[in-house]
Design a protein around this ligand. Structure first.
Ligand code: FCB
Length: 433
């Protein structure tokens, strides 16, 4: 039996655009994901978040499910496009319901749904967006800060910058390497400005969530890829400087204002880590390079060996362990939280109505054990959040990929607890395995 430290925060995560629906209700303005998903050819089968899991209307039922699972915390995101509209009241209702159920709300301010009006002015390539974000952060805190103890500024700025502006696989669908680096820098500036604003307003615990991908394979390409995916955020945020190799690389495409670094390097209380899988890379002369890692000509990302999830992502729990240990050694002093980990599988509803997702249970079990092993090696890990509570809109894949502990039937909006949900409830009750 393995047991976790007392008070370990077991939770599940979602994001506004992926679950809420109610896309044009109560004054919500369009976001870049509304525009993108309504643009033919961008999202598989033309799926959109217009209705999604209808969580905006069904939140009470969903909070009841969380309570039944015994969740200690719920990580959700606040839709910036609802800020300043009557629809923002939704978060009052949600947070109150969570608190009533004894579930700690962990709010992310930006999980990719930038108001389209800001995109029309340049989005994250426009420095001004960072200042608008800080205003929004302060405003959201003014409304909800009396009830939300943990605030996360950004979810996965790497994806916002390099998938949004590099490959264009995500909204706003831009393909421009210089813009991707500029966006990354402005996202970090936005974070720093928001941390200052939240701190001044008395926010309890402040964090940012990064997706960190361990790079396996030939050492030199792996080092460059690690710089472009991981250290490009870790170092400015936690050390106040771009790594030399990353800065030299970035300058091939554009330049950034290094005077922003002290603003970016605000003390944070928790570093959120989203971990799914490592990337395998190798030197391959003539390889075109990957648009999400600008300037990686001659480097190939090779398909994983061994088992993969429905996303094609390799299953490597040992990389979660080494990642957590690495973070605690190389960036000491910042407590860690796994803010996302989970897997998509091609779930089936059996004749008896049950979803026997043994593959997901095995995935989660392996990663929870890896997290525990990292604690044993000294990592200051405070919590673990499954992605996701519910099946939901998986960005460019639409509703085709199911990550939920809870199945959503999109025709009826019926929720079914999968076997993994029952497994997770038992884990939480025992605080271990
Ligand atoms: C992460 C996102 C989350 C979800 C999972 C599968 O990159 O933060 O919204 O899509 O991947």
């Amino acid at each position: 039996m393995i047991t976790f430290p007392e008070g370990f925060l077991w939770g599940a995560a979602t994001a506004s655009y992926q679950i809420e629906g109610a896309a044009s209700e109560d004054g919500r303005v369009p976001s870049i994901w509304d525009t993108f998903s309504h643009t033919p050819g961008k999202v598989r089968d033309g799926h959109t978040g217009d209705v999604a899991c209808d969580h905006y209307h069904r939140y009470a039922e969903d909070v009841q499910i969380m309570a039944d699972l015994g969740l200690k915390a719920y990580r959700f995101s606040i839709a910036w496009p609802r800020f300043g509209t009557p629809g923002f009241d939704f978060y009052d209702r949600l947070v109150d319901a969570l608190l009533e159920a004894g579930i700690a709300p962990v709010a992310t301010l930006y999980h990719w749904d930038l108001p389209q009006s800001l995109q029309d002015a340049g989005g994250w390539t426009n420095r001004d967006t960072a200042y608008r974000f800080a205003e929004y952060a302060a405003g959201a805190h003014a409304r909800l800060g009396d009830r939300i103890a943990t605030w996360t500024t950004l979810n996965e700025p790497w994806v916002s910058a390099f998938v949004g502006y590099g490959s264009g696989r995500h909204a706003p669908g831009v393909r421009d390497h210089a813009a991707a680096f500029t966006a990354a820098h402005h996202l970090m500036l936005a974070h720093g400005l928001a941390v200052s604003a939240l701190r001044a307003a008395g926010a309890g615990s402040i964090s940012i969530t990064l997706n960190l991908a361990p790079m396996l394979g030939d050492p030199e390409p792996a080092r460059l890829m690690d710089g472009l995916a991981n250290r490009i955020f870790l170092d400015p945020l936690l050390r106040g400087a771009y790594p030399d190799d990353v800065l030299a690389h970035l300058r091939r495409f554009t330049d950034v204002n290094l005077d922003d670094l002290p603003t970016i390097n605000q003390p944070i209380d928790v570093l959120g880590v989203n971990y799914y899988s490592p990337k395998h890379v190798r030197a391959e002369p003539g390889a075109p390079g990957d648009a999400e890692h600008p300037g990686t000509e001659g480097i190939a990302i090779v398909p994983p060996e061994g088992p993969v999830t429905e996303m094609g992502w390799g299953v490597h729990p040992e990389c979660l362990e080494s990642l957590l240990v690495r973070l605690s050694r190389e960036y000491p002093g910042t407590p860690l939280m796994i803010t996302e980990n989970g897997a998509a599988y091609d779930d089936k509803v059996d004749e008896d109505g049950r979803v026997r997702d043994a593959d997901r249970v095995a995935f989660l079990d392996g990663h929870v054990r890896a997290a525990h092993a990292a604690i044993g090696q000294g990592a200051d890990l405070r919590g673990y959040f499954v992605w996701s509570l519910l099946d939901n809109f998986e960005w460019a894949h639409g509703y085709h990929k199911r990550f939920g502990l809870v199945r959503v039937d999109y025709d009826t909006q019926r929720r079914i607890l999968k076997d993994s949900a029952h497994w997770y409830r038992d884990l939480i009750a025992a605080n271990g395995l």
